[in-house]
Design a protein around this ligand. Structure first.
Ligand SMILES: [Zn+2]
Length: 151
């Protein structure tokens, strides 16, 4: 299942990506472009906007909660998604692209020395070239998921 989130849900989009879900972010104002992209890419629209035009073949989840954690719970429950630890951090949180393995030696200059010395697996976003490693914010994510009861 793929998603597209409207502009007021940027943080939620980032969180869905952290969980490894394909979540595009639509930050323009034009609802018809949103509908077209959702149809073309078969994405479920997640929004807080009650007034989006209805269109045939489009699924829309209108988020009712204001807090990020409650919003995340709302999405996971609605679509019966259980976060898969193996998919977490497999996607760039900025670009939504899947990360690629990168040789440790190739990125020595791009990560803090401590990280280089303590981590073995590194990933890179093919678009923005941001480097990720397994330890990235893991504890933080784990704690949040425990709080909302999804892990
Ligand atoms: Zn990226």
């Amino acid at each position: 299942m793929k998603f597209i989130l409207t502009k007021e849900l940027g943080r939620l989009a980032k969180w869905l990506r952290i969980l490894g879900l394909d979540a595009e972010y639509f930050n323009q104002g034009n609802p018809s472009s949103l509908i077209i992209q959702a149809l073309r890419e078969e994405r479920v629209i997640i929004t807080r906007n009650h007034r989006l035009p209805k269109a045939r073949g489009i699924k829309i989840l209108v988020i009712t909660q204001g807090q990020l954690k409650s919003q995340l719970t709302e999405v996971l429950e609605k679509f019966s998604i259980r976060p898969n630890p193996e998919l977490m951090f497999s996607r760039c949180t900025i670009c939504n692209l899947e990360l690629e393995h990168v040789d440790k030696r190739a990125i020595k200059e791009k990560v803090p020395e401590y990280v280089f010395n303590t981590q073995d697996e590194f990933f890179i976003c093919p678009r923005c070239q941001r480097i990720y490693w397994s330890g990235t914010h893991w504890k933080n994510v784990e704690n949040t998921l425990k709080e909302i009861g999804s892990l």
